[in-house]
Design a protein around this ligand. Structure first.
Ligand code: UDP
Length: 509
């Protein structure tokens, strides 16, 4: 395989997308020696540079590894605050503006591509773009490159999200339950599983007018890459392949290498998974030292991902339920919805004396804003994860054999939670969204159920341990047989290389 080939990647402007793209770039680069060029806006490139440890960031056009190319972007031209180039801390109103504004990256990308092609003497082997960048299909066609869509989510979540946006099935029924095209006839979704913008989407609103054309263009790609593992999502993958009628390569889990190599152990000296620019009130080592004092599987880890927070009354009830349960916990805590997410935690958001009590009786640890999630999940004392069901969090949890409690918030998280609960038996859903009414006693019930050493808790942990083995087998490079994800990435590379000749001939013809 010629190593002087190159691929262009185009991630969406959100941390949860940039990081899997960077991991994918590394995977392909390491397996093939191809140059990978990641194109994004200035601030996102800065973030990627900070996040990458071993990538070569010398200027194009050296041929060594992964390079970054800046695409000019003026946020204020799109009614966005200055320097808004990422979804982080954006309200929904601004988030949709950013989606629409991202389409304006098309011309700068074309411009940059033409320069690169002039220097390289040929188009990239393919352009891999995010599912939100359907416009890149045109760009790829116009420069004679293959187009591949990369869905950073799982197969089931992607399938649900794609079909919901393309069909808006809840619009044609008054019932709370509805069928979804592409799913079995008897399968039902519930209106409460829809995020608020999808609930009101009618095909003419700002969300539909972005999502529908972008996602439907991606159906014209030559194939999809999916950040999942063949063995853990047979149902979702079967549906997705039938619906897309395209090759779907399962190349996950795209996680930091440390997450997959490290055995479930006690204290580790290297703190992995730190997020460029995120600050925590507790030094990462403290979390692990605290966990070292606990017994196996006895601690519940609670986090709502990189950008979510819950409502003030939800926060109060969560705290009450945790205190009433007999279980230990680490809670990554942020100010509730409506307050500065990076601000201080006020006493009135928690039961009186809560923090002092849990500190004294060593029952809980509150970590402001950000925790070393991967290390916590890999620790032997961690027995379950209360999560917003972001796909990265799910992969991280399952790769460590940790079952979950679902509290989905946005995007495709409710469908991820449904799959974990109904298809995999690896989670119990506690509630949904920022505004649901949740009582402390329900928190206590679910926490005790999942953390139980016997019964359901034990069953879930056993199943999660099996999934952990499946995930690790999927990325096995050596030994008796290569894992399914390793084979899939090799097959993907073989396919794009073999199609280059045909594509160039067509283009010329
Ligand atoms: N994360 C972390 N510490 C935290 C919160 C989040 O390391 O306190 C990381 C987590 O390990 C995961 C990512 O942030 O890699 C969150 O991604 P996910 O897809 O779960 O959710 P999102 O933030 O995109 O909603």
């Amino acid at each position: 395989m010629a190593s002087d080939e190159y691929i262009v990647m185009l991630p969406y402007l959100a941390h949860g997308h940039l990081i899997p793209f960077l991991a994918l770039a590394r995977q392909i680069q390491q397996r093939t020696g191809f140059t990978i060029i990641i194109a994004s806006t200035k601030l996102n490139i800065q973030y990627l540079r900070r996040s990458s440890v071993s990538v070569d960031d010398s200027n194009f056009p050296s041929h060594s590894s992964i390079r970054f190319v800046e695409l000019p972007f003026c946020s204020s031209a799109h009614d966005l605050p200055p320097d808004t180039e990422n979804t982080e801390n954006l309200s929904l109103n601004k988030m949709i503006n950013l989606f629409h504004a991202s389409v304006s990256l098309k011309d700068p990308l074309l411009h940059v591509l033409h320069d690169i092609i002039d220097q390289e003497g040929r188009p990239p082997l393919c352009i891999i773009s995010d599912v939100f960048f359907g416009w890149a299909v045109d760009v790829a066609k116009s420069v004679g490159a293959m187009h591949i869509t990369f869905s950073t989510g799982g197969a089931y979540g992607t399938m649900t999200y794609v079909s919901l946006w393309l069909n808006l099935p809840h619009r044609s029924t008054d019932s709370d339950e509805f069928k979804l095209p592409g799913f079995p006839e008897s399968y039902r979704f519930h209106r409460s599983q829809l995020h608020q913008y999808l609930r009101v989407a009618d095909g003419t609103d700002m969300w539909s007018t972005f999502m529908q054309p972008q996602i439907s263009r991606c159906l014209e790609s030559s194939g999809w890459l999916c950040n999942t593992v063949e063995e853990i999502e047979p149902f979702g993958l079967d549906l997705l392949r039938k619906y897309l009628r395209l090759p779907v390569w399962t190349i996950g889990p795209l996680l930091p290498q440390a997450a997959l190599k490290k055995p479930s152990s006690s204290h580790s000296s290297s703190i992995s998974g730190q997020h460029a620019g995120k600050k925590s009130g507790v030094p990462p080592e403290k979390c692990l030292e605290w966990l070292d004092l606990k017994s196996a599987d006895s601690v519940l880890y609670i986090s709502f991902g990189s950008q979510n927070t819950i409502g003030a009354s939800q926060m109060m009830e969560l705290a009450k339920g945790l205190e009433d349960s007999a279980k230990s916990f680490i809670w990554v805590i942020r100010p509730p919805l409506g307050f500065d997410i990076n601000g201080e935690i006020r006493a009135e958001w928690l039961p009186e004396g809560f923090e002092e009590r849990i500190r004294e009786n060593k029952r809980g640890l509150l970590v402001r804003n950000w925790a070393p999630q991967l290390d916590i999940l890999a620790h032997k004392s961690t027995g379950a994860f209360l999560s917003h069901c972001g796909w990265n969090s799910i992969l991280e949890s399952l790769s460590q054999g940790v079952p979950m409690i679902g509290w989905p918030m946005a995007a495709e998280q409710a469908y991820n939670s449904k799959m974990l609960t109904e298809e995999m038996g690896l989670s119990v859903e506690l509630t949904r969204g920022h505004q649901s009414v949740i009582e402390g006693k329900e928190v206590k019930r679910v926490v005790e159920l999942v953390m139980d050493e016997k019964g359901k808790g034990k069953d879930m942990r056993k199943k999660a341990a099996e999934v952990r083995v499946q995930i690790r087998s999927a990325i096995r490079e050596e030994g008796e047989e290569q894992g399914s994800s390793v084979k899939a990435i090799d097959d993907f590379v073989r396919t794009i290389v073999s199609k280059r000749g045909a594509l160039t001939a067509n283009q010329l013809g």
